[in-house]
Write a protein that binds this ligand. Structure first.
Ligand code: IPE
Ligand code: MG
Length: 222
């Protein structure tokens, strides 16, 4: 979800106003995914690298996340949306974690859509965490290195309960992956739009899905 800062700058507004508009775009996008029958939506809300931003901005983003969770949990429960999160969640401020855990627990029986917030997430950090788990199992004699397969690696990722994404949408025109789901996107179709995230609407989502539907996926075969 890139481009909140530029969206604000274009309007002569502080960056946080862009993030607030971005939060509105999140609500619209989740609703549109529900209507399209998307089963899993992972939103890259905050990267491990985003902690390098000025404290004022990271605090505002965390406050915005907390507000979103406080306001939207009941609605997610009613609309059969299961909220969950990936990343180094221990990095989040305590009050934010409390709210996040509350939302996750409140929606844990829901089935229609799984909404995954990537928070203090990076693909490399996820791989490091998986490697630590695997190395510990080897050290303790619970795992033979020769038994490590792609499936075993998958089982040790934060995303072990879900399929790999079919489609990755990047807004604001940047042609970068920026440390997102590095293992999982091996065969994901990429869609880059110039739209800044706060301007991303249901129409843009439909356009991305239409683009996806035009792709021929061979997974290395012919
Ligand atoms: C994405 O918008 C939102 C977060 C990273 C939280 P940016 O804040 O990266 O916006 P730009 O890239 O400065 O426009
Ligand atoms: Mg950016």
């Amino acid at each position: 979800m890139d481009g909140n800062g530029r969206w604000a700058a274009e309007r002569g507004l502080p960056r946080i106003k862009g993030h607030e508009a971005g939060a509105e775009a999140v609500k619209a996008c989740v609703k549109a995914c529900g209507e399209l029958g998307v089963k899993y939506l992972t939103l890259y809300a905050f990267s491990t690298e985003n902690w390098k931003r000025p404290r004022e901005e990271t605090e505002a983003l965390m406050a915005l996340l907390e507000k979103f969770l406080r306001e939207k949990t009941d609605e997610m429960r009613e609309k059969d949306i299961r909220l969950t999160a990936i990343g180094r969640l221990g990095d989040l401020p305590h009050s934010c974690r409390v709210e996040l855990e509350r939302s996750i627990a409140a929606t844990s029986n829901n089935k229609r859509i799984t909404l995954v917030f990537a928070l203090s997430y990076s693909g490399r950090a996820e791989l490091v965490d998986a490697i630590r788990l695997l190395a510990t199992k080897v050290k303790n004699g619970q795992l033979d290195p020769d038994e490590i397969t792609e499936e075993i690696v998958h089982q040790h990722l934060y995303t072990n309960r879900w399929p790999d994404p079919d489609l990755l949408i990047r807004t604001s025109g940047e042609m970068r992956v920026s440390n997102f789901l590095l293992w999982q996107i091996s065969y994901t179709e990429l869609h880059v739009t110039k739209k800044l995230w706060p301007d991303f609407t249901e129409i843009d989502l439909i356009e991305a899905v239409r683009d996806f539907n035009s792709r021929i996926r061979r997974y290395g075969a012919i």
